[in-house]
Design a protein around this ligand. Structure first.
Ligand SMILES: Cc1ncc(COP(=O)(O)O)c(C=O)c1O
Length: 450
């Protein structure tokens, strides 16, 4: 049976199709070859080998078909191989593949920048710097913040993930494994606790967002870090790798007030949360603040490598040669991104909002039965459940998290964990109700067996 038909059957049946013991013989061979030649630093939760994919359906080389609720870690925003994205790539490939947008001019890069600027919150004029990845977008933001403010310090949050190159790794405060043995990291970076409403890191009886602001003022600004030496705060509007944590609605407004008092910039790292995933083009729009700088990557080009740093035009005043990238803003990636933005504008942002709501309701239904779900959080199609051993004590269920993700794989559902004990749901923004129903059914079953 042709591979494409298998997916169509799965779509009709609404069910994954697992025909072999996992991994199957072909997949096992590829995994064994991978082990011999690929870096052991990669983290693979289970042995999925992809052969090809459409929409939310992924087929492995043994003919097993999986339902993908990871979107390649929130990247294939329009689904795998959306025909419009593939068409845009094909059209561009026929014209030229590369001409280094930092040395020459080409229209796809200009057109994409125009679109991103148009979608950016606030009334200020903006400019775009293109990169290949999220970490480079964050590096660019970090460098620009130091360059324009002439201040060397920068503050980020515990639990945040901003990337793995030295600048963004220095901002990252997620897992010690990511930082240990790589020092010395970039100096001038300070971390503060993130206002997690479910697990407040503060002992004060204040609301968690007020406690966080008080911590910054009392512990940093009065004791160790002069606010007049701070270039920027870097935030993930919703902490991603840290566990899909949504801070209280007013937190960023309060943080921005503090920033304005001292001339500190606000950088929103929207590498995971941006591009319509939360039901708005940028997640920060849910919080009613306009950041000075925004970073994007992951979902921007539906799977093609691309990142962007968007800053107020009044800030992006660095000299020619001060920052550039050979491959950043590659024309094929820009073409894919233009098609992606077109699809978001047409219907996918709205679909993310509606399906996010539907997914949330489904998770809430399961949580009534499965006491292991301690918290449900997220916005739009950036949702997670935190697993606990005891709802009252909120004891983390990290081992169970790995076990459920692995079990779901065996049943043909692709999931990923985040934080210490959460499972995230970040499907393509094209997801439909019946795909969510299938995912919920399998998840419920997996939870019931742990
Ligand atoms: C919020 C955030 N920033 C930055 C990055 C780094 O992106 P990349 O892996 O493309 O370098 C990630 C990746 O997960 C991320 O989630």
């Amino acid at each position: 049976m042709p591979a494409y038909d298998v997916e169509r059957i799965c779509l009709l049946l609404r069910k994954p199709l697992i025909k072999t013991k996992l991994p199957g013989p072909e997949a096992r061979r590829i995994v064994a070859r991978d082990r011999r030649v690929l870096s052991p630093s990669y983290t693979r939760s289970y042995p999925l080998v992809i052969d090809h994919a459409r929409g939310l359906w992924v087929r492995d080389p043994d003919g097993n078909v999986f339902l993908d609720f990871t979107a390649g870690i929130a990247v294939t925003s329009t689904g795998h191989c959306h025909p419009k994205v593939v068409h845009a790539i094909r059209q561009q490939v026929r014209r030229y593949l590369h001409m280094s947008g930092t040395d020459f001019y080409y229209e796809p890069q200009v057109e994409l920048a125009e679109k991103l600027v148009r979608h950016s919150p606030g009334k200020d004029e903006r400019k775009v710097f293109f990169t290949n990845s999220g970490t480079e977008a964050v590096e660019a933001a970090f460098k620009l913040a130091r360059y324009v403010t002439k201040r060397e310090k920068i503050i980020s949050f515990f639990g945040a993930f901003h990337g793995r190159t030295f600048g963004s790794l220095s901002l990252t405060g997620s897992k010690i494994r990511q930082r240990e043995k790589f020092g010395p990291l970039v100096p001038g970076v300070h971390h503060v606790p993130f206002p997690n409403p479910y697990r407040s890191p503060f002992s004060e009886k204040l609301a968690v967002d007020d406690a966080c602001i008080k911590y910054i003022v009392d512990n940093l600004f009065k004791r160790t870090v002069s606010p007049r030496e701070v270039s920027a705060f870097v935030i993930e509007p919703i902490q991603g790798e840290g566990g899909y944590i949504v801070p209280p609605k007013d937190f960023y407004r309060k943080l921005q007030k503090l920033c304005r008092e001292y001339g500190i910039l606000l950088i929103a790292d929207e590498v995971q949360s941006g591009m319509g995933r939360t039901g708005k083009f940028f997640a920060i729009e849910h919080f009613g603040v306009v950041p000075d700088i925004i970073t994007l990557a992951k979902g921007i080009a539906s799977g093609m490598p691309l990142g962007a740093m968007i800053a107020r035009a009044s800030l992006m005043k660095w000299e020619p040669g001060s920052h550039a990238s050979t491959f950043g803003g590659n024309p094929v990636s820009c073409a894919a991104a233009l098609a992606t933005v077109g699809l978001l504008e047409k219907s996918l942002i709205r679909n993310a909002e509606l399906m996010g709501h539907y997914l949330r309701k489904g998770l809430e239904r399961i949580a009534k039965r499965r006491k292991m779900i301690g918290d449900i959080r997220g916005l739009g199609l950036m949702q997670a459940v935190e697993l606990v051993r005891d709802r009252k004590k909120k004891t983390l269920a990290s081992r169970e998290q790995a076990c459920i993700v692995e079990r779901a794989f065996r049943k043909g559902l692709l999931l990923l964990g985040c934080g210490e004990s959460a499972i995230r749901f970040s499907p393509a923004l094209t997801v439909r109700k019946n795909e969510i129903d299938t995912m919920l059914e399998i998840l419920d079953d997996c939870l019931g067996r742990v």
